[in-house]
Design a protein around this ligand. Structure first.
Ligand code: DGL
Length: 275
């Protein structure tokens, strides 16, 4: 490449990067957060990284989730992200502090919406559906101490629900049977508020809402996270962009692309990266 071409590349690269928001998850679940971010910030470039080769995070040791999260965060920053969003409760629990200490850009994380659930419940019985990693983390223990109050909070690890979303099987009879298995005992014990404490679960919302019944309140923090991203992106000096949406995966793109299209509702171009 000549110097002139190189200079042109740098200018284009800079223009592409200036308002980019980087978002990552272990896999496709973070697309539920991406959807919310896109609706609040329609003029920003979004770069989504699915760490599919290492999905799920929820059953991995904390140190491994930390290493993967740092690798994903660094890659997004190298690609020009001005803000990094950890669109994953498990990765936030394991690695938010690490990313904030090591990345040169603001980092937005997320946690199960226990606080709004405690406000919403009438029966005083709340359930949090999440991964093993999130539920055994110190962050979740602190959340319980701060917000559980007098309510009865049942925690339910649902690792197989992550698998159904990764496979794009959102209406599969087996997915329905799994949701029924989790929710039936909760209904029987009077739970009236369910927290979706994993970003994969909003994609199963039609199933969850149907089985939980219309009287059950379901809490998803995707839009609250997006509102925080909007505040941070504006204070990071981002301007109107080109509304680009770029997706990358560490997994096999041929496999991931099919699930991604089913989860997102339409196919999206997908780049493979080694990380
Ligand atoms: N989507 C993720 C979360 O919010 C994690 C799923 C997984 O990889 O286990 O916790």
């Amino acid at each position: 490449m000549s110097i002139a071409q190189n200079a042109k590349f740098c200018i284009l690269h800079f223009a592409f990067c200036i308002d980019m928001i980087g978002i990552f998850d272990s896999g496709l679940g973070g697309l539920s957060v991406l959807r919310a971010v896109r609706s609040l910030l329609p003029n920003h470039d979004l770069l989504y990284l699915a760490d599919s080769a290492y999905c799920p995070y929820g059953t991995r040791p904390q140190a491994e989730v930390q290493a993967r999260s740092l690798a994903c965060g660094r890659w997004l920053v190298e690609r020009g992200a001005a803000v990094v969003v950890i669109a994953c409760n498990t990765a936030t629990s394991a690695a938010a502090d690490l990313l904030r200490a090591n990345l040169p850009v603001p980092v937005v994380g997320m946690e199960p919406g226990l606080k709004p659930a405690i406000t919403a419940t009438r029966s005083g019985q709340v359930a949090v559906l999440a991964t093993n990693g999130t539920l055994r983390g110190e962050r979740f223990a602190r959340l319980m101490e701060r917000f559980a109050g007098g309510a009865q909070v049942v925690t339910v690890a649902c690792p197989d629900l992550v698998d159904y979303v990764e496979a794009g099987d959102l209406t599969d009879p087996q997915a329905r049977a799994a949701v029924e298995r989790y929710l039936t005992p909760l209904r029987a014990q009077g739970v009236d508020t369910i927290v979706l404490g994993c970003t994969h679960f909003p994609f199963l919302l039609p199933l969850i809402a149907d089985i939980a019944g219309p009287e059950t309140v379901i809490i998803d923090t995707g839009y609250a996270v997006a509102a925080q991203v909007a505040r941070v992106a504006e204070s990071a000096g981002d301007g109107p962009g080109k509304r680009g949406l770029h997706c990358a995966t560490t997994g096999d793109p041929a496999e991931v692309a099919g699930s991604l299209a089913r989860v997102w509702g339409q196919p999206l171009p997908l780049e493979h990266i080694d990380l």
